[in-house]
Design a protein around this ligand. Sequence first.
Ligand SMILES: *[C@@H]1O[C@H](CO)[C@@H](O)[C@H](O)[C@H]1NC(C)=O
Ligand SMILES: *[C@@H]1O[C@H](CO)[C@@H](O)[C@H](O)[C@H]1NC(C)=O
Ligand SMILES: *[C@@H]1O[C@H](CO)[C@@H](O)[C@H](O)[C@H]1NC(C)=O
Ligand SMILES: *[C@@H]1O[C@H](CO)[C@@H](O)[C@H](O)[C@H]1NC(C)=O
Ligand SMILES: *[C@@H]1O[C@H](CO)[C@@H](O)[C@H](O)[C@H]1NC(C)=O
Ligand SMILES: *[C@@H]1O[C@H](CO)[C@@H](O)[C@H](O)[C@H]1NC(C)=O
Ligand SMILES: *[C@@H]1O[C@H](CO)[C@@H](O)[C@H](O)[C@H]1NC(C)=O
Length: 606
Amino acid sequence: MASLLCSLILLMGSLFLSSAAEAPMYSLCNRERNYTDNSTYQANLASLISSLSSSAPATGFANGTAGEVPDRVYGLAICRGDVDANKCRDCLSRVIQDAAAGCPRNKGATIFYQLCHLRYSDQYFFGSSTGMELSTIVLKNVSDVPTFNRLLGGLLNNLTIRATLSERRFAAASVDFTNFEKIYAYVQCTKDLAPDSCNDCLRNEISAIPQCCNASNGARVFGGSCDIRYGVDPFYNAAAAADPPPPPSPPVPANTSPPPAGTPAEGATGRRDDGVNQDDSLQFGLETLKLATMNFCDQNKLGEGGFGVVYKGVLADGQLIAVKRLVTNSGQGISELKNEVALVAKLQHRNLVRLMGYCLQPQEKLLVYEYLPNKSLDKFLFDPFRSKELTWEMRVKIIEGISRGLLYLHEDSRLKIIHRDLKASNILLDEGMNPKIADFGLARLFGNEQSDGNTNQIAGTYGYMAPEYVMHGQISTKSDVYSFGVLLLEIMTGRRCAGYYGRNPPADLISYIWQHWEEGNAVQLIDKDIADGFSVEEALRRIHIGLLCVQHDPLERPIMSLVVLMLNSRSSLPAISPLSSFTEVSTSVNWGPGATSKPIGMPPMP
Ligand SMILES: *[C@@H]1O[C@H](CO)[C@@H](O)[C@H](O)[C@H]1NC(C)=O
Ligand SMILES: *[C@@H]1O[C@H](CO)[C@@H](O)[C@H](O)[C@H]1NC(C)=O
Ligand SMILES: *[C@@H]1O[C@H](CO)[C@@H](O)[C@H](O)[C@H]1NC(C)=O
Ligand SMILES: *[C@@H]1O[C@H](CO)[C@@H](O)[C@H](O)[C@H]1NC(C)=O
Ligand SMILES: *[C@@H]1O[C@H](CO)[C@@H](O)[C@H](O)[C@H]1NC(C)=O
Ligand SMILES: *[C@@H]1O[C@H](CO)[C@@H](O)[C@H](O)[C@H]1NC(C)=O
Ligand SMILES: *[C@@H]1O[C@H](CO)[C@@H](O)[C@H](O)[C@H]1NC(C)=O
C-alpha cells in the first residue's frame, strides 16, 4: 500500500482561486474493502464524520474512532492552518454531505477540499505517514525553470522545518521569484504525526515534485497525512499563516546579565519546542537539534574526539550550528550542569567560539555552538598544500587573536577559566580567518575536577601539556601559557609539537627549537610555507616569546597580559632561562604513535 500513486490532473487556475464553491476537490479511494448499505460500518462512519466535523473547527484538527472491531472506523478531520474556525466549520459541513459520494461504499478514503480534508479507514493509521497515496494537481508551465526550482526547493525545505517544529504542523511563506512574481507555498501535516513522521511525510512529497510537476508554476501534492501546495498567486491568509509570536520573555533572574546582543530570536530558531524548562533561554529542544542535524546522521559529522562527536546542523531560520553530542558520564546532576554551561555561555569574546545553548537531558547531552566554516587551524597548518594559504599576516592575526581570547579567559572574564586543552585543533577559523578558541570551560564542567590545584585525572593533549601538569597534575593559568607557547611555535615553524625532530638524539619540537635557538640557527626553523613579505626579526621575536612561554618553571612564564603586550610592542624581551630542562618532559611522556591526539579534552571542533 506504500504505492506512490502520482496522478497528474491538469486543471485551469480557476480551481485554486475559487473560494466560494467548495466542491470536493479530490478523493483518494481505497477500493480494497467495501461496506454495504445500512451496515453497522456505514452507521459508525456517519457518526464519526459528524463528531469529527463538529469538534475539529475549534483547533483545526480532530481524530477519533467509532464502533467496535470489525466495524470500527478510524478517522480524522483537518483544516488548513491559516483557516479560522468559521471557515473550517463551513468546509467540514461539506464533508458531511459529500463524503459518501466521494468514494461510494469504500471503507477507506481521503477526501480533499480546498481548505480541509477528511480521512477515514477501517484500519488504524494515526501517527503514521506510511501507506500514503499521493496525488498532484498541476497548473501551467513556468519560464525560468532552474531559478524557480532552486527557490521552490529552498522555500519548501524552510517550510518543512518550520512546520515540523510548530505545534500546528503548518507553515506558509513566500519568496520573490521575478520582480513581479512571488512563489507562495504552504506545507501541513495532520496533527497526529510526531515531528519525525511529519518530516518524513513532507520530504517524501517534496521528492515527488521534480517528477510530477517539474516546470509547473503551481501544484498541490496531497496524501492522507500531509499536504503541500505552491503557486505564484497568493492563496493563503498571510496574517493567519504567520507563526504565532514566541512566548513572552521570562523575567531575568537576579545576578545574571541579559542575553548578549546577537542571540538569535527564539521563535525563528525553533527553541523551546519541548516545552521543557520554559524559562531557560539557552535551552534547545531535542527535536530541534535532531532535525537540525538530520538525526545526527553521519554525513553531518564534523569531527570526533574523546568526549563525543560534533555535527553540523541547520536551524529552522537557516542558521548553521555545530552540535557537540557528549558521551560523558559526569556524575553531575542535570540542573547543576545547566548552571555551569550557562556560566560558560556568558563568556563572549570575538576570539572565543560562541556557545549558543544546550540540550541537557539524562540520556542526551548536547551543546550548541556557532558554526565556523573554515574548520580548525591544524587543518591548514599541518596540511602540506593548505599550509601555504596561511600567509604571514594571517599567522600574526591568528596568534594575536588566540592570545586575546586566552587573556580574556584568564584575566578579564568574571570566571577565571583555565582552558587545559589549548591546541591547534581547538582553534577554529571564521570566514575572515579570525581565530576562535573552542572548548573552553568544558574540562571544568566535565573533567570531574575542581578549579586550580592538583588533579589525578589528566585532561590535555600530550605535547601541549606543561611539565608540571604531566608529572604532578598541577594546572594553573601558567599551564595554559605553556600550551599557548607550543601553539605559537607550531604556527611559526609549521611543525607539529608531537613528533621527533633531529637525529642524535631525537628530540621533541621544543627541545629541537631550543637547540637551534642556542646555536643561533632558529631562522632555519621558520615555516618555509610562509611566503616572503615578513621580517625575519618579527618571526624570531615570536619564536622568542614562544620559548618564554614554554619555560620549565611556571613562575618564569609570562602571564597572558604580558604576552599580549610583548606581541604588540617592540620592547626588548627578557632572556630565556637555560632550557636543558625542556627534555625532561619528553623523557617522562610516552610518545606513542597516536600521541598527537591522545585523549583528552573535548573532541576537536571542525
Ligand atoms: C468496492 O466498490 C468499488 C466501486 O465503488 C469497486 O470498484 C470495487 O471493486 C469494490 N471492491 C471490492 C473489494 O469489492
Ligand atoms: C436501507 O434502509 C433504507 C431505509 O431505512 C431502505 O429504504 C433501504 O432499502 C435499505 N437498503 C438496503 C440495501 O437494505
Ligand atoms: C508544459 O510543458 C510540457 C512540455 O514541456 C507540455 O507537455 C505541457 O502540456 C505543458 N503544460 C501546460 C499546462 O502548458
Ligand atoms: C530559507 O530561510 C532562510 C533563513 O530564514 C532564508 O535566508 C532563505 O532566504 C529562505 N529561503 C527561501 C527560499 O525562502
Ligand atoms: C489520535 O491520534 C493519536 C496518535 O497521534 C492517538 O494516540 C489518539 O489515540 C488518537 N485519538 C483518538 C480519539 O483516537
Ligand atoms: C525539469 O525541466 C527542465 C526544463 O524544462 C529540465 O531542464 C530538467 O531536466 C527537468 N528536470 C527533471 C527532474 O525532469
Ligand atoms: C576560508 O579561508 C580562505 C582563505 O584560505 C578564504 O578565502 C575563505 O573566504 C574562507 N572562508 C571559507 C568559507 O572558506
